[in-house]
Design a binder for this molecule. Structure first.
Ligand SMILES: [Zn+2]
Length: 214
């Protein structure tokens, strides 16, 4: 189901922390260390295409600029956002423990989406808010409220939202999806290789191709 929603195979997903009222996934939680060894800071990944595209509309409309201005001027908001960052790290540590991965020191203190001081990817914040529930990530909560014209938690929007015919996507040309990097801005995002990937790719002649877009 996740692969159908995303249009590509998913790997290293360890939990589904938020679901549609019908039971389909809204958010996937990825292991803090991928099976190829790569540390992976972006734990909560929006998978539902209706929510993903609605959040992309907010980004296109410039909501992140507004949020960044407010973070600079509104100390209570900034403090609440820092707390969201800490909650994100704690949730990731819990998932690492539950999945048997344990600590991933390479990403200590690194969350995602621009936290703790900036907003760089609203999809990350919405994924966090859906996983954590309301009251944990103030800007994720705000973005969820702002997409209510297109998606609300009390309704199923799955019908026709992704291709359900034929085989689920199985062709995997990337080592990890472009949403997985902590500093991407919105979607579609350019695929940028981490040093780990570049080092690994240097030893391979067949695995250097990357997937363009999510
Ligand atoms: Zn549904």
């Amino acid at each position: 189901m996740l692969s159908r929603q995303l249009g590509r195979p998913v790997r290293d997903v360890v939990e589904i922390p938020a679901r549609c009222v019908c039971g389909n996934p809204l958010v996937a939680a990825t292991s803090p260390r991928l099976s190829n060894g790569t540390p992976f800071p972006t734990t909560f990944y929006l998978t539902h295409p209706v929510i993903t595209s609605a959040v992309s509309r907010l980004e296109a409309a410039g909501l992140m600029n507004d949020m960044n201005d407010r973070l600079a001027a509104d100390e209570p908001l900034a403090a609440s956002y820092r707390a969201a960052h800490e909650a994100y790290l704690a949730a990731r540590a819990d998932i690492g423990a539950r999945s048997g991965i344990g600590d991933v020191p390479e990403i200590d203190g690194v969350s995602a989406g621009g936290m703790p001081t900036r907003v760089k990817c609203l999809h990350v914040l919405v994924g966090h808010s859906l996983a954590a529930g309301p009251g944990v990530n103030p800007l994720g909560d705000e973005a969820i409220a702002a997409i209510s014209e297109w998606w609300t938690a009390d309704r199923c929007y799955c019908e026709g939202a992704w291709d359900t015919a034929g085989e689920a996507p199985s062709r995997d040309l990337s080592r990890h999806g472009p949403q997985g990097l902590p500093d991407i801005v919105g979607r579609p995002a350019p695929v940028r290789k981490s040093r780990t990937d570049e080092a690994a790719a240097a030893g391979s002649t067949t695995d250097a191709t990357t997937e363009a877009g999510a």
